[in-house]
Design a protein around this ligand. Structure first.
Ligand code: 3PG
Length: 248
């Protein structure tokens, strides 16, 4: 049996101000820093050790990983940064307030943009300053690999190859792995691992800064999964994520 730990980054500045973030590279808040440290403490107390870490190329996930590893006294761990673990690109919504967007377009439309499997938010214009074409961290990618918007299906299409080509072989080779990523890139991975339907994935919300342990069988099929931490606080945090897209 294998174990892998997933972790969404701690609260970011744009989680706090309730803005659509996507590929925008915002940092953690003080609360987010503390969530990341607390995640590390829980992992340490639970006796978790790792051989390898994966994260995205966005600082909120990278810093969450650093802080958690620091708490575990495991800063020596090799870290692979993979753009394919980035948050789902939020297109032209990036930077907008989620509740204000719901007041303007309706809660249902925002739910579709946030959680539907195959309806992407409106795309950025290629000339928009928010587009990532000139960002050096994506210099190795072909232009068509750099999104202007993504639905979850598009995110699945880049996350699953990262799993198949990189992460799954490392697990099979016996490496104990932690992945620090994002709400929707983790939803994409979990959808694939658990075989969640396109309809049911709408209801899955991932709380910030909370280790999520998956136990996998020899074929890397999930046996069971659980969050580390207080169950009531985790349920409340998941409900709060779900409610971020509702008009006030
Ligand atoms: C974002 O990109 O805005 C968040 O990281 C995830 O947002 P969501 O829960 O609204 O999809």
């Amino acid at each position: 049996m294998y174990k892998i730990v997933f972790m969404r980054h701690g609260e970011s500045t744009w989680n706090l101000s309730n803005r659509f973030t996507g590929w925008t590279d915002v940092d953690l808040t003080e609360k987010g820093i503390n969530e990341a440290k607390q995640a590390g403490k829980l992992l340490k107390e639970g006796g978790y050790t790792f051989d390898l870490a994966y994260t995205s190329v966005l600082k909120r996930a990278v810093r969450t990983l650093w802080l958690a590893l620091d708490e575990m006294d495991m800063m020596y761990l090799p870290i692979k940064n993979d753009w394919r673990l980035n948050e789902r690109h939020y297109g032209a919504l990036q930077g907008l307030d989620k509740a204000e967007t719901a007041a303007k377009y309706g809660d249902q439309q925002v739910l579709v943009w946030r959680r539907s499997y195959d309806t992407p938010p409106p795309a950025l214009e290629p000339t928009d300053d928010r587009a990532s074409f000139n960002d050096p961290r994506y210099a190795g990618l072909r232009k068509e690999q750099i999104p202007l918007t993504e639905c979850l299906k598009d995110t699945v299409a880049r996350v699953v190859p990262a799993w198949d080509e990189e992460i799954a072989p490392a697990i099979r080779a016996g490496k104990k792995i932690i992945i620090s990523a994002h709400g929707n890139s983790l939803r994409a991975l979990i959808k694939m691992l658990d075989g969640i339907s396109d309809d049911d994935i709408v209801g899955l919300n991932i709380p910030n800064g909370t280790p999520l342990v998956y136990e996998l069988d020899e074929n890397l099929k999930p046996i069971r999964h659980y969050y580390l931490g207080d169950a009531d606080a985790i349920a409340a945090a998941q409900a709060a994520v779900a409610n971020q897209g509702k008009a006030k």
